[in-house]
Design a protein around this ligand. Structure first.
Ligand SMILES: O=C(O)C(=O)C[C@]1(C(=O)O)C=C[C@@H](O)C=C1
Length: 173
């Protein structure tokens, strides 16, 4: 697969995962659960280990890439909670079932790792910052991503792009 196209597949999956963050944030807002859930993160990363072994891809790479997705989700969730704290009338009053959203996240993670195997060695190839930024902008445009999802996507693709974006703050803004 041509490398830019393969990177596009990865970027679209990352965007789909970022877009689940509003439902996760709503479920947590309504239930009062904290955004950080280390036990769930361990579960997600354990599943990554299993899947990486099955696919024959590097476990550390896989963990790093999915770790980026987790950080991106938290970035978006924090932004949404901050917005809802400042604008209580816009805050959700009913949240979706977190378990269902997690099932969707797990499916996307599995797809991401499969795409990662197909795309290799794309992360390095696409690491050319310009190509990465173009694909990211294309995907954000296609999916009509506004803030904070755009920042989330940027954070999600940090490792895949093989760069730290110049000018990005530590949390990916
Ligand atoms: O499942 C959750 O509770 C989420 O918030 C999602 C997620 C993830 O991206 O997988 C992100 C943050 C949590 O610490 C655990 C997992």
């Amino acid at each position: 697969m041509e490398s830019t196209r393969a990177f596009g597949v990865l970027a679209r999956l990352a965007a789909r995962r970022v877009l689940t963050a509003d439902r996760v944030a709503a479920a947590k807002w309504v239930s009062g659960r904290s955004i950080d859930d280390p036990a769930r993160e361990r579960q997600v990363l354990d599943a990554v280990d299993v899947r990486a072994r099955e696919l024959g891809i590097d476990r550390a790479d896989a963990r790093r890439i999915i770790g980026d997705q987790i950080e991106a989700s938290k970035l978006v969730q924090r932004r949404l909670h901050e917005h809802w704290r400042n604008n209580p009338r816009e805050a959700p009053t009913a949240g979706p079932d977190l378990g269902r959203v997690r099932e969707e996240i797990s499916r996307i993670d599995a797809e991401l790792l499969t795409a990662l195997r197909r795309a290799r060695p794309v992360p390095a190839a696409a690491g050319a910052a310009g190509a990465c930024a173009r694909t990211r902008a294309d995907v954000a445009g296609e999916l009509l991503l506004g803030d904070p999802y755009r920042q989330g996507l940027r954070r999600a693709l940090r490792g895949l792009c093989g760069t730290r974006d110049p000018g990005a703050s530590p949390d990916g803004r």
